[in-house]
Ligand binder design. Sequence first.
Ligand SMILES: Cc1cc2nc3c(=O)[nH]c(=O)nc-3n(C[C@H](O)[C@H](O)[C@H](O)COP(=O)(O)OP(=O)(O)OC[C@H]3O[C@@H](n4cnc5c(N)ncnc54)[C@H](O)[C@@H]3O)c2cc1C
Length: 513
Amino acid sequence: MGTRSWWGWGWAENAFPDAECAALGALIPGLPDAPLPVPSVPDLPAARVTPPASLAPIISDAPDERAAHALGKAYRDVVRALHGTFGSAPDVVARPRTEQDVVDVLDWAGPAGVVVVPFGGGSSVVGGVEYRGEAPWLSLDLTALDRVLEIDRTSRAARVQAGALGPVLEDQLRPHGLTLRHFPQSFEFSTLGGWLATRAGGHYATLHTHIDDFVESLRVVTPIGVNESWRLPGSGAGPSPDRLFLGSEGTLGVITEAWMRLQDRPVHKASASVTFPSFEAGLDAVRVLAQSGLNPSNCRLLDPGEAGFSGAGGSTTLVLGFESAAVPVDSRLAEAVALTRDHGGTPTPERGTSSPADAWRAAFLRMPYQRDALARMSAIVETFETACTWDVLPTLYNAVRTEIGAAIERVTGSPGIINCRLTHAYPDGAAPYFTVIAAARRGSELAMWDEIKSASMTLLTHHKATITHHHAIGRDHRPAYDNQRPTPFTRALTTTKQTLDPHNILNPGTLID
Ligand SMILES: Cc1cc2nc3c(=O)[nH]c(=O)nc-3n(C[C@H](O)[C@H](O)[C@H](O)COP(=O)(O)OP(=O)(O)OC[C@H]3O[C@@H](n4cnc5c(N)ncnc54)[C@H](O)[C@@H]3O)c2cc1C
């Protein structure tokens, strides 16, 4: 345990020291010699609201609390914090200790016209936990609601409060030999409620790709009452009430509890890495694997740039893994590796900690701290992700590299880097995840990134690739989501929002108007 960074990723103690920022920055031509200083908590205007005395025990207007709840953890959030230019901090932060506290906050905020932005771990990368309007606003931090309340061993499910951070949740399941096994890269600093509200993607590359797949039922506090669905293993009873709230990003209600499907802890694991002569050959191999029914738990294809950057070598590399609580998985791994050979795959022997798979895993966890270090050096370091069908994927990959490459050069004056990995694979398509690294002009980092991001949204829309496979919509993805969403559905969603949130206080500006 350490001190949570108010401006950057994770623990403040893990942030790169100045010298390491500079050393990292020296790898990218065109960056300044010294990092921007670690920012101090800024002076904030006085809070514009006074919640009723009954809420006082759960309310804080301390500047460090307000600053830590003002932004998410996208690159543009880090840059705004570094330059002290974030628009508005919440007037107050509330930390409910019970579901009734949540009800009380909403009951007060609606008639008082106070905007409420639910806040889990605050790891949003799409502007999901900030507010860009004029009204006074409250950040509703749910992390005190973090208990596993009930375990049904027979059905292998648990009732969990939504504010549980990943490790807090797994720590409570471990003594029962159970696990949710939903491991997004942000696992340590994101919550069950945040995962549900954004339809997060976990470490499973196939089969259970999204948190949705583990949901049995949800309990949601809306401004007009509590919505609780029945626990069911499956149901054909009309449109699913859970589906309405999964991905609702705090706009329709506050998720307070969920019954989640659990798993026994895996005891059988096997992994391998396979290299390919080209990214296209790797794509063919992953498609065949995704259509084979072998269902690897890990199936990340790294293009040569991504493989090189994460220390897994400089060739297209597939990081492949299988796990099971019940049966050995070595034969499934062997079958999977055999399938890749038909597409030019060459297995790389696992060699303890030095294998490409291990190198990639270690780099994966270090990446967010590295991102912050490079942001302090005024580099652009950000990702965008999507999903599309296999017939479109090679064209999309090449278009991103060519057109976004050109946009980076136009905006920054130098070519920059675009790397790609496939994070999730389906029988009919996959989710490519792109990383952009380039030298920005100090002071113009945000404007430059916004222009590149805008080009990426236009390109994805043109190819009918989704604006997000698992990063959500928030405020930043609105332009592309507005194009992607069918018109009758927009009208239905708008009417639903008006019904559930009649004062329009819940996270306005996110998802829909
Ligand atoms: C370094 C890094 C790595 C990441 N890796 C992944 C990844 O591997 N997979 C992935 O899917 N995402 C990833 N993300 C994005 C982010 O972690 C996810 O969107 C995550 O699900 C957010 O959870 P959170 O608890 O931090 O939610 P927050 O960021 O606090 O909130 C996200 C949204 O959900 C709403 N919300 C939060 N809690 C509730 C609730 N209880 N009820 C209603 N609404 C609520 C908020 O209002 C907001 O709109 C990553 C982000 C970073 C910075």
